[in-house]
Write a protein that binds this ligand. Structure first.
Ligand code: NDP
Length: 298
């Protein structure tokens, strides 16, 4: 039904250009706007219409996809055209926080526009490939008719009516990624502290190790859910003493290798906190609970 529905893309950075190209490749009429007009040249060559102003851009289509640097840029760009957004749908794929998403949704509703917030789990080169998925949240009545259109960019995953959910999950997924990269950097620094060690050779061992260990996560996750739902006793545990000795060995070996232990300090603090709670064992639910109740830092 949405096969030929026109789309406007506001923001033609690396990601916005990939989004516009994905819609163009589908044969859809696409209108684009970017603060720096020159960045539109490529997509215009491929069939997009360059709007002369933001107002012209948003009035060209019932669906306005926005992908800018941050929410300040989104507000700065859309506020002057608020009256023209009335009756249209804004899908904001800009990276931001759940609170920012909530404020944006309220602002849009105040101007008679429907609003979905999104989190792109892809890089520009994987947009519109089977690797890409995009998280959405906001009213289901807004999402449902757009699902087919949005699927063009990458599998559209609807998380629920609470508009902050997409950014929350997006940022939580990025948190997992960042901490994995920190682990990669630290382990490579350790492994390459000997002249025999190469990062490439070590990574040939690291990838299958992490891939195997990642298979445990769904079982840990089920225990976290059971704990939150009904305070169930976890079965997947390990003695805190074993964990503490193991971590001390990693940290000592790290020092001996002249490598900072900084990335490991939060793990040590977490285990010590579990010990201070009087626990004898480590479990995923206890660690998650402890993080959720701990004081926010920074
Ligand atoms: P770029 O830096 O390539 O592009 C930033 C865009 O924001 C440009 O269109 C820029 O316009 C615009 N912009 C910045 N400030 C303003 C402003 N004050 N007013 C109007 N426009 C402004 O970033 P990306 O395209 O890579 O990223 C865009 C969004 O997509 C970000 O929120 C990012 O987190 C998210 N994202 C990006 C991914 C990636 O791999 N690149 C992956 C997943 C999400 P101008 O050209 O005029 O400077």
């Amino acid at each position: 039904m949405n096969g030929e529905a026109p789309v406007t893309v506001v923001g033609l950075g690396e990601m916005g250009r990939a989004l516009a190209d994905a819609f163009l490749a589908e044969g859809r009429p696409v209108t684009v706007w970017n603060r720096t007009a020159a960045k539109a040249e490529g997509v215009v060559t491929r069939g997009a219409v360059r709007a002369g102003s933001v107002a012209e851009a948003v009035t060209a289509s019932p669906l306005v996809v926005v992908c800018l640097l941050d929410y300040s840029a989104v507000r700065e760009t859309l506020e002057p055209v608020a009256p023209q957004l009335h009756g249209r749908t804004v899908v904001n794929l800009t990276n931001g926080t759940p609170v920012q998403a909530g404020e944006m949704a309220e602002w849009a509703a105040g101007h008679g526009a429907d609003y979905l917030d999104g989190g792109i789990m892809a890089v520009p080169t994987t947009v519109a490939t089977p690797e890409a998925f995009i998280l959405y949240s906001g009213e289901q009545r807004v999402f449902d008719p757009l699902r087919g259109t949005l699927d063009v960019l990458g599998a559209a995953k609807y998380l629920g009516a609470e508009v902050g959910l997409a950014s929350l999950y997006d940022l939580a997924l990025l948190s997992g990624l960042n901490l994995m990269f920190d682990g990669f950097h630290h382990s490579v620094a350790m492994a390459t502290s000997q002249k025999e060690g190469t990062a490439v050779g070590f990574t040939e061992l690291l990838v299958p190790w992490l891939t195997n260990m990642a298979q445990l996560l769904p079982a840990f996750a089920a225990e976290v859910d059971a704990d939150l739902d009904r305070d169930a006793e976890p079965q997947l545990t390990q003695g805190l003493d074993v964990q503490l000795v193991g971590l001390a060995n990693i940290m000592n070996a790290s020092r001996e290798a002249g490598v900072s232990t900084a990335p490991l300090e939060p793990s040590l603090a977490g285990l010590k906190a579990l010990l201070a709670e009087g626990r004898g064992v480590w479990s995923a639910p206890a660690s998650v609970r402890q993080l959720r109740s701990g004081p926010p830092v920074g």
